[in-house]
Structures are given as C-alpha cells and as structure tokens.
Design a protein around this ligand. Structure first.
Ligand SMILES: [Cu+2]
Length: 450
C-alpha cells in the first residue's frame, strides 16, 4: 500500500470519527480495507470499489455485486489466475451503538469480517494470519471443497497458532451465499464471521437491481462490561452487520426495482426477519439458488442458526420500510448494563421507582436525545407503566448519514436492536441521496454508484 493510500485511510478515519463518532473502530492499519468507513461503494457496474483498492484486479462480476451495509468488501490481488485475499483474525473494538463499544473479535479490523465476493469457477487463495491470543482456523461454510481446506482443527488441519499464517486455496464450484467463520463456538460468539458470496456464471432471472447482505448477531454484555459473555444464553444486544439500530445504514432501492436481501445468521437464536409493506419470495438458502417452482409469497422468513436465506421482492411502494427481527426482545436492546449495579425490576417495584429508573437510564447515555412520544397525564397511576415510554430515544443527528437524508424527524426513536429499513425511493429522491453519498465520498474516495 502506498504512503498516500495509507494517508487516505487515515484521513478517512478522522473524517469518519468526526462524522459518526466511530473513532475507536477507525485506525489505519494498512490492510487496504476500512471496515467501518462509509466510503461509497458501487451499486451496479463492473468496477466495484472495494475499500479503495481499485488498482488490484476486481472480480469479473456478471452484473451486480452485493453491498454489505456498514461492512467493507475484502479486496484481492491476482496471482496468475488465482484471486488472493489477505485475512487477519484479531480483536476488534466495535462500536455497536452510539453509546456502546464492545471488545469483539473479527477480521481485518472489522466485525463481522469483510465481505469476500468471488465468481463461480474462481480459484481462490486466502492467506490467513492469526493475531488472536489463541489458536483458530477458518471454516468455509457451505462450500464443497477438499477436506484439507475445511478448517476444522486437528481433523482437517493443525490449528493456526497465534502469530502463524495458514494458506487456504480452493476452486469455487458453486454459486450462492456462503460464509467463513472460526470453527470454534466461543470465537463465533465473539464475532468471527463474514460473508463469502459466489456470484453465478450466468445472471439469475429475474435480474435484480439491488443486492444487500445482512449478518445477524447477538451479544450478551453483562453490566459494566465490554467483553461479550460467550457462555451466556441470554442476549441483550442485537445487531445487523455489527451495529444496532438506529446505527444500521438504511438500504436504498429505486422505486420499481427488484431487491435481493441475503440474510445470514450465526448466533444462538433463530430470527424471524420481517419486511414491511411488501411480499418477498425465498430464492435461495445457504445451499444456493432455489428453483422458481419453490417460491411462494411471504413477508417473514425464519433464518435459523448457521443458515442463510435469500429473499427477493419488487420495491413497489415508496417509503421507509422496516426490516427487523420480530422477536419482541430483539427489537430492542436491554440496556441494563448501562445501569451498572442497578437492575431493571419487573416486580416488587413501585411505579414511581420504575419511572425514575427508566428516566435515569435514559439520562445516562452521553449524547443528546429526546423521548418524543407523549405520555398521559396520569401515566404513573396506570399499572404497567412505563413500557416503551422513555425507551425510545430519538438521536437523528448522532446517526445522520447520506442514507438517512429526508427521513421524518425523530425517525430514530423507535429504531432499536436487530432492525434496519429499506428506503424505496422515486427516481428523483433516489438520485438525490446518491449525489449526497457521492459528495460525502468525494472527500474520501471516488465512488462508482451507477
Ligand atoms: Cu431475533
């Protein structure tokens, strides 16, 4: 990486820190990717910008590559006709909410790890380096590859010790939505997962206009802790691509376009992912494309652990449509950890104490926010109050970015946990946001948006 390139990433990091408060996540490390930067990336075309490494040869996509909101792509270089990726497993400081940074593990400074995109038929080499304090390995989930490449410690390879490198190499014969992860349960729950997408040799029919990827993760963060408790069976922080709503970057779709969502789950729970206002069909799984004869309309798909579900829909109706896990506790984050030694109580608690506690919790987050929903004058006299009052925290400005432009005031108030939105926009509004992304990106990288 050239010196000016290095400086670019450093500047981008500063800019990102200023704009989005992601300072801890953004340290120039010289991988050629920025896991957290919001440099623009392509939506369509044949020259994807992957983390700014435009010089290296890019995948010959048949038409479209997937965007992983809030996660960068992993660039590669060519060695003859082999696509060579460099992947580093290491601890990652991860800001999962404007007021919550955790000590996760991931790859190349990113959690989840950067997205790998290849073409069906590609020969792929992944040079893996272990910068974790313990041994690990990489498993290629769903790929039909020789046993020596399967990444299971002792069975198919010796564990990769701390400080060691290990080279994986295989030919990708399938197409579909796969993933890589450490083949160790606790490391998985520390965040060691990333997309491995193999684009088909021939374009799918019907053709999609937008292709998005979401990784579902859950975290148990005990009071006053930043390290996920990987032994826990109860989870209080829920993320899409490593961030909780409203930090999740909205997906954009042109009105009338066809949208693909690839949803991947690696946690302890299965998540029913629901889309508002539209019906979709499941067009694929972690095993690849499903025949069209199996498609039927639905709007909630259960994404089980270790599964991927690929859904497609026509973006017919303009608006900001929620995409979220529908488990009630996954549509929020329990912020009891912010209460330090205090616990949220549901019994043996006067209403006055309950209200006081919710208020003091809300006041403890270190940024400006509002509770925009009115409450009744006698609210405190009603058994059960408060439920959602005070829990919603509008923080539009803290999470502002080009993709949130034009959303109604206080849009962020009800956005919590495993939640994002697809903004279906008429031509003019869509182009306006793309222009804003381009303008924001012009300071960091020249993007190819169309
Ligand atoms: Cu869920």
């Amino acid at each position: 990486m050239s010196e000016s390139r290095r400086k670019f990433f450093y500047d981008a990091a500063i800019l990102g820190a200023g704009l989005f408060g992601l300072g801890e996540d953004l340290q120039a490390r010289g991988y050629g990717i920025r896991g957290e930067s919001r440099a623009p990336r392509r939506e369509r075309g044949n020259t994807p910008v992957v983390g700014g490494e435009k010089k290296s040869a890019q995948p010959k996509m048949s038409g479209l590559s997937m965007l992983t909101p809030d996660v960068a792509d992993l660039p590669h270089e060519m060695d003859g006709n082999v696509k060579v990726f460099q992947l580093v497993g290491e601890p990652v400081k991860k800001k999962i909410a404007p007021f919550k940074t955790i000590d996760a593990w991931g790859y190349n400074g990113s959690c989840p790890g950067p997205t790998i995109q290849v073409q069906q038929g590609d020969r792929v080499r992944v040079v893996f380096e272990n910068r974790l304090p313990e041994s690990t390995s990489l498993h290629w989930h769903g790929l039909e590859i020789p046993i020596e490449q399967d990444g299971v410690p002792f069975i198919s390879q010796k564990p990769v010790a701390p400080g060691e490198k290990y080279v994986y190499e295989f030919t990708v014969r399938q197409e579909g939505t796969f993933f890589y992860h450490a083949h160790s349960a606790m490391q998985e729950m520390m965040g060691q997962i990333g997309f491995f997408v193999a684009h088909p040799e021939k374009d799918d029919k019907p053709r999609v206009d937008h292709d998005y990827g979401l990784i579902l993760q859950e975290w148990a963060i005990l009071p006053s802790n930043t390290i996920p408790n990987t032994a826990a069976m109860e989870f209080n922080w829920l993320t899409f691509n490593g961030v909780s709503a409203p930090m999740t970057t909205p997906l954009l779709a042109r009105l009338g376009s066809r949208v693909r969502l690839r949803i991947l789950n690696l946690g302890m729970d299965h998540h029913p992912i629901h889309l508002h206002g539209h019906q979709f069909v499941v067009t694929g799984t972690e095993g690849g494309r499903a025949p069209e004869s199996t498609w039927y309309p639905m709007n909630t798909v259960l994404v089980g652990v270790a599964q991927a579900r690929v859904v497609e829909f026509e973006a017919k109706y303009p608006g900001a449509w929620m995409i979220h896990c529908h488990l009630p506790h996954h549509m929020m984050n329990s912020m009891m950890d912010l209460l330090s030694d205090r616990q949220i109580q549901t019994a043996d608690q006067t209403e006055e104490k309950a209200v006081g506690q919710m208020m003091s919790l809300a006041k403890s987050v270190p940024f400006e926010h509002v509770h925009p929903s009115p409450i009744a004058a006698n609210a405190e006299k009603v058994p059960g109050f408060p439920q959602d009052a005070f829990m919603e925290m509008a923080m539009d400005e803290v999470v502002e970015r080009p993709e949130t432009y034009g959303l109604p005031k206080n849009w962020s108030a009800g956005m919590m946990g495993m939640m994002t939105m697809v903004r279906v926009l008429p031509e003019k509004e869509y182009d306006e946001i793309l222009a804003r992304k381009k303008a924001a990106g012009a300071q960091t990288e020249h993007g190819h948006e169309s």
